[in-house]
Design a protein around this ligand. Structure first.
Ligand SMILES: [Zn+2]
Length: 342
């Protein structure tokens, strides 16, 4: 076989390899095999100097032509294959915008927090300010300033956590009423939500629980204002149809003191077998009253000029009633199966 014949052979081998090359990687390997530095065709070109002058001209021309043809075939085939590969990649990576998205898990508001938000929203709507205060409180703010001096029997009724000499975990949010009044002149319209603590644990008591208290001090405030405010609040939280009633009661720092019941919003008082009101038709909801003039004096307000009312409620208990939950301890066990129901 002459050198020229060998060149023709190599060329047709290369062209058929190119024609069946089906990836850019395979075509690159073909390029190295037929046109690379140690390819046979390259070796032939390098050896041209050793040939006779007639052969040299002939072999030079045919080897160059073979290189150019293989090169051109490789280029056009590579372009074709690369385009197909790009298309395939795009198809594989394409996002189907018609598929439903991956849902993010949504949190749930704690039932107590729902009531707190609801009540606070209502009072903010009336122009009340929200005041939050320390959960570790001094003996003075938690007891003495509220008419419960050292040695008073009411102290033993509130199973207190003592932190240090003169420091307690607040047993009520009432200290915020004192702090608020000491910090400003009347008129005062404030609502205080927060955590409170007592040494107590059974189906209706937990060592930590929530309270919301409210305080209004202004000229000419009466029990009528208190009743109207609380009636509107009860309708906001429990529904437009609820009725309220006030019963006389006793609290340390209000005089007179009342307890407020709301009509059963489940049965409306018509079902003797109602599980929520036990057939009574009424649900105990909160304690309230006119601020004792002694408390006003304690903070430097003139009880001849100003009167006030205060109220305190337990949002945990309100949530138990509203959502028909029978064990308060469920609220604080952190069981997601419980929370997911709300
Ligand atoms: Zn009922």
């Amino acid at each position: 076989m002459t050198v020229s014949e060998r060149i023709e052979q190599l060329k047709s081998e290369a062209l058929s390899a190119v024609a069946s090359g089906d990836s850019t990687a395979a075509l690159e390997a073909i390029r190295v095999r037929f046109l690379g530095r140690s390819a046979e065709l390259t070796e032939i070109k390098k050896s041209i100097g050793t040939l006779s002058p007639e052969e040299r001209k002939e072999v030079g021309r045919s080897s160059n032509r073979a290189s150019r043809e293989i090169e051109a075939a490789l280029d056009s085939r590579t372009e074709e294959v690369a385009a197909r590969e790009r298309e395939e990649r795009l198809r594989e990576e394409a996002v189907d915008v018609t598929l439903p998205g991956v849902p993010f898990p949504k949190g749930h508001l704690h039932p107590s927090q729902r009531i707190i938000d609801d009540v606070v929203d209502f009072f903010v709507g009336l122009g009340y300010r929200v005041a939050e205060g320390p959960e570790v409180e001094t003996d003075y703010y938690n007891f003495t300033a509220l008419g419960i001096p050292p040695g008073h029997p009411a102290r033993t009724m509130q199973d207190t956590f003592f932190v240090d000499e003169g420091l307690v975990l607040r047993t009520q949010t009432s200290p915020m009423q004192i702090r608020t009044m000491l910090a400003q002149e009347p008129p005062v319209y404030v609502v205080c939500p927060g955590r409170t603590y007592r040494r107590d644990s059974d189906p209706t008591h937990t060592p930590m629980f929530h309270q919301i208290e409210g305080l209004a001090v202004d000229k000419g405030l009466t029990l009528g204002h208190l009743k109207g405010t609380l009636a509107a609040m009860a309708r906001h939280v429990f529904g437009e149809d609820v009725q309220i009633r006030l019963r006389p009661s006793y609290f340390q720092f209000t005089e007179p003191s009342v307890e407020l019941d709301v009509s059963c919003f489940i049965c409306g008082g018509t079902d003797p077998g109602c599980k929520v009101c036990k057939g009574a038709g009424w649900l105990e909801m909160l304690g309230a009253g006119m601020v004792d003039p002694g408390v006003l004096e304690e903070v430097g307000y003139d009880p001849e000029e100003y009167t006030g009312y205060a109220f305190g409620m337990g949002p945990d208990r309100m949530a138990m009633v509203k959502y028909d939950i029978h064990d308060l301890r469920l609220f604080f066990e952190g069981d997601l199966r419980f929370l997911r129901q709300f």
